[in-house]
Write a protein that binds this ligand. Sequence first.
Ligand code: MG
Length: 378
Amino acid sequence: MSELAVYALRSESSRGRRYAEPAPGNRSEFQRDRDRIVHASAFRRLEYKTQVFINHEGDLFRTRLTHSLEVAQIARVLARSLRLNEDLTEAIALAHDLGHTPFGHAGQDELNACLREFSPLAGGFEHNLQSLRVVDELEERYASFNGLNLCFETREGILKHCSLTHAKLLGDVGQRFIDRTQPSLEAQLANLADEIAYNNHDIDDGLRSGLLTVDQMQTVPIFARHYAQVLQAWPELAPRRAIAETIRRMINTLITDVTATTSARLAQVAPADAEVARQSGPLVAFSDALRQEADTLKKFLFENLYRHYQVMRMTNKARRIVRELFTAFLQEPRLLPPDYRHGDPVNQARAISDYIAGMTDRFAIREHHRLFQMGDQL
Ligand code: MG
């Protein structure tokens, strides 16, 4: 790795782990975090969780796992070219979606609604907060502590947003929402890498599925511009290759733009260290022109892909499954595996939410069958 910039976060200056541990011998603290994330069971479950398309709808669509890998890839490129801490960025990127429910945002929205209807005390469900809960509490892999015992900086980076009420309960890791400061530059990078990844791969999956057409995409300036470049250079190119070439050029344009814009801001602010950088407002950003184009693309995807009637049909089924599971477990907690039973109602509701959030798409579908279909296996 080229030498880190002064405003990069160094693992030697980490604020440490919740439970003190001996320093790792042959890797940095943030490398150790990344390795723990890769070995977590929540990480392996991402393979069978929906990004936009339900897992079994096609072998080539993104899942939460391949999405997380694409985010990590983009985040690492950005980190290295800006001389920020690549290991920390990678750890945050790989962990950012660990708290996702089955069935993507539909699952999350429904679980949130279920918890809120149950009791305002239950605090609702937020996938971002759940990602932190997975690494802080829910993983059971280490003899002497629950969770993965990650460094403060990784945990703070995972917590992209949260309400003030939650922030107050979270202590150190929620403090920045109270102080209204930014997370590390590395966390800001992982966040933008997430957006670059999903905007681009959702176009790819949308076109592959046939829910979006190239003609439709031509109404979106950032796509139209890059697609025209490709067709001009290769007028005879097969359609799938033209799409792939367009998307790779778009990713490249976005990464180049973030690098240039962020470098310019860093040069102007010249933060003396990582702490000053996080106090200096958001420094990782697209240029105004590309920010606008990315927003237009996002809006297009929302209206034409995420709200496509065929996606809505899936979303509707997913919400029903999540609600029926939640209701059945709440009415009769003895339907739950013993580890998830609690005497206290609020803790019981939270344990049900943890159980459902941890399910893969197909496990949730099977569990729903087991609870509601007579004659099915136990
Ligand atoms: Mg994501």
